[in-house]
Write a new protein. Sequence first.
Length: 88
Amino acid sequence: MERTVREDWWQAVLSRNNHFDGTFVYGVRSTGIYCRPSCSARRPQRDQVIFFRMPEAAEQAGFRPCRRCRPAEAVIQDPQVKRVQRLC
């Protein structure tokens, strides 16, 4: 199970920053659900949040995908692809 605690990820969750979608998902221990950073669901308490780089890791840890934001359908972002898209 891959866990990462990063302050910028927590700030992305608080601000519902869609630029981080596909970079990570977060699970909420109290609900057993994992979401995209931009999910419009109620904001969780920080001590209930665990971060995962991949939706599969969240599911292996026992979390189920949010029905609102559908995080399992997020495309994993490759930084090189983003650079090429900006150049084009």
